[in-house]
Design a protein around this ligand. Sequence first.
Ligand SMILES: Cc1ncc(COP(=O)(O)O)c(C=O)c1O
Length: 472
Amino acid sequence: MSDDRTSSRLAGLRDYKLLQEQDQSIVWHPYTQMQEYAQTEPIIIERGEGPYLFDIRRRRFLDAYGSMWCNVWGHSHPELVKTIQQQATQLCHASLFTVSHTPAVEFAAALTDAIKQDFRFADEPSSLNHVFYSDNGSTAVEVAMKMALQYQNQIGQISRTQFLTFHNSYHGDTFGAMSASNIDVFRQKFSPSLFKCHHATYPMQVDPDEHESTRHHEMQFEALLAGRSDKIAAVVIEPVIQGCSGMRPLAEDYLGKIKKYCREYDILLITDEVFTGFCRTGPLIASSTELVEPDIICLGKGITGGMLPMAVTVANDKVFNAFNGKWSDFRQFLHGHTYSGNPLACAVALRNLQMIEEEKLKENVKSRARELSYALRRRIGSHDRVGQIRQRGLAVGVPILDENGSEDGGYETRDDAVRICHDAIDRSRVLLRPLGNIITICPPLNIESDQIEDIVTALERGLEVLEKPADE
Ligand SMILES: Cc1ncc(COP(=O)(O)O)c(C=O)c1O
């Protein structure tokens, strides 16, 4: 090797070491035990292309968790990159507090049209006509909750200050969203500072074809609502499937029942589609699966194709109109963020929306979801450490059972799920992530058949680690 090449390789290694050390000591990673992270070798990504991420050691990883469930078109899709570049030469930011700009207007108009399209077979045309911009999913939920509270206050329902949400729900990490959530491990240490919400059961239906009666859940829900209907501002629900509690699909038709009671008791319905929306579970708007139109929808994650941070809270005419008045009435919505409706994010979100139609993304999700379901069942479904696989669209949870075949094995089975994911990363170069003892699969939505097979192969090989002692 020439001296030049040797010295540049050594410089590369030094850079890598330094980056690694700085990453472990300076960057504080979310939901990560940094002391343990400091003992591992971090994967430092340099670039992305299609469904793959490449690290600074030139290793290629298949992004099977869609960069925290938000990736739609793979990484650095040329069309989306071009859109951001073009927009950057025009305008990078101008605040909606004082002015407006073309990307914010065009995306809002296109989104409300797309929502109308998704609800076109409903009894009434959609009235979800008003788009409020924010930066992330938690904030989209926070905005929805504040909107509901201010709405109730301004229509004279001042005692309606509480929320009804669901067991095992997750709505984000800001205080309102945490209060609405119901996963103990995430909330416990903050619980004295959270406000109380009421929680109803979320009836699961793992097999889409196996219908069990949800009558007792419905009765419990109605009782909760009826007992305090003058106190509840809104019901907040993840439609179709709960993500962060380990991919728990909602019983078919249940959202419609919730909506019926909300209507009866004149309570707002908020659907948190941050995870389920933007085609992750099939349609653009997850609640349109059952043609149940909420009063307020929260969207995030895939909204920009996974390119830039943005979220929206979309309200119907009834909610929006309660905020009308003169300035001196002080009825305007009391919420805003510096970067709300950022032009770069809106421009790429608009292109994402157009591409969803042009590239027939929903059909790809349907076909790949079918293939993934079949491959998982065939290749790992009968493994004695794999529980009943849960899936809606390209949102999948694979429960790892403990040695007694139980799904509630606690930390031991969590450790096993972690070992399987580490093996998938190390040996198969497939990025998978566990949520407790559930391994989640949420690939980019334009994923191809071969890559689906690669994910399942990684899991199949990963399960082999359970045959070895844990510390090997
Ligand atoms: C249903 C749901 N709501 C809200 C959020 C929070 O979104 P973000 O992480 O962008 O704040 C998530 C994140 O996973 C989610 O799954």
